[in-house]
Design a protein around this ligand. Structure first.
Ligand SMILES: CC(C)(COP(=O)(O)OP(=O)(O)OC[C@H]1O[C@@H](n2cnc3c(N)ncnc32)[C@H](O)[C@@H]1OP(=O)(O)O)[C@@H](O)C(=O)NCCC(=O)NCCS
Length: 177
C-alpha cells in the first residue's frame, strides 16, 4: 500500500473528528479521553487546534482513505516552549502494522525537531503495542502515574515517556569511544 502523509487544517475538521471519535470508540482502553467527553467539544475548538498544532494523517494513496492520525503541540510560555507533546495517535485496526503509524510519527518528529528540544507523551501503562511503537521511535519511559485514569470501577496507571533531540555529553562520549 502506498501511503502519503498530509497535514490537516481546520478545513479537515469534520473528517478529523470522525476518525478521532472512531478511535475513542474502538479502542477505549488506549486513550485517557472518553468518546462522550470528546464528542461534547465544539467543532470550532477542534478547528482552532488543527490550525494551531501540527496534526497529520496517513492516507492510502490508492483510494484517499484516512488510515490514521497523530498530533504535535508545542507548550507555550518562555519556560516551557522547549517542549512538545505528541497526542492523539490512532491508526485504524486494518492499517496497523502497515507502516501508516511509522509514517505519521516520522512526520511529527521531523516537524518537531525544528521546533523543540524534547517531546513528551503519555500512554496507558498496559498498552504494550503503543509503548513498543513509541520505544521504536526513540521514546523512553521516565515515570508512572498510578491510578491516572478511572474507567468504571477500574483505576489504570499511565506511563510518561520522552524523546530528547539533544545529544548529551554522555552520548557524545559514547560516540567518540
Ligand atoms: C498505537 C498504534 C498507533 C501503533 O501503531 P501500529 O501500526 O499498531 O504499530 P506496530 O504494528 O508497529 O506495533 C508496535 C509494536 O507492537 C507489537 N505488537 C503487535 N501486536 C501486539 C499486541 N497485540 N500486543 C503487544 N505488542 C504488539 C509489534 O510487533 C510492534 O513491535 P516491534 O516494534 O517490536 O516490531 C496503533 O496500534 C493504534 O492506533 N492503537 C489504538 C489506539 C492507541 O492505543 N493509541 C495510543 C494512544 S497513547
Amino acid at each position: 500500500m502506498a501511503i502519503r502523509v498530509v497535514r490537516l487544517t481546520s478545513h479537515d475538521v469534520e473528517r478529523f473528528r470522525e476518525i478521532r471519535l472512531e478511535g475513542l470508540r474502538s479502542d477505549p482502553n488506549g486513550f485517557r479521553y472518553s468518546e462522550r467527553d470528546d464528542a461534547a467539544i465544539a467543532t470550532s475548538v477542534w478547528a482552532t487546534r488543527l490550525d494551531q498544532d501540527f496534526v497529520v494523517a496517513a492516507v492510502d494513496d490508492g483510494n484517499d482513505e484516512m488510515l490514521g492520525v497523530g498530533g504535535f503541540g508545542r507548550f507555550s510560555g518562555a519556560k516551557l516552549s522547549h517542549k512538545g507533546l505528541i497526542w492523539g495517535m490512532y491508526v485504524r485496526s486494518s492499517a496497523r502494522g502497515s507502516g501508516a503509524s511509522n509514517a505519521i510519527m516520522e512526520g511529527l518528529i521531523a516537524h518537531a525537531r525544528s521546533e523543540v528540544r524534547q517531546l513528551q507523551l503519555t500512554v496507558m501503562a498496559d498498552n504494550d503495542r503503543a509503548r513498543r511503537f513509541y520505544e521504536r521511535h526513540g521514546f523512553v519511559a521516565y515515570g508512572l502515574e498510578p491510578q491516572a485514569v478511572r474507567q468504571g470501577d477500574d483505576y489504570r496507571d499511565e506511563l510518561s515517556m520522552w524523546l530528547s533531540f539533544e545529544v548529551t555529553a554522555e552520548h557524545k562520549r559514547q560516540r567518540l569511544d
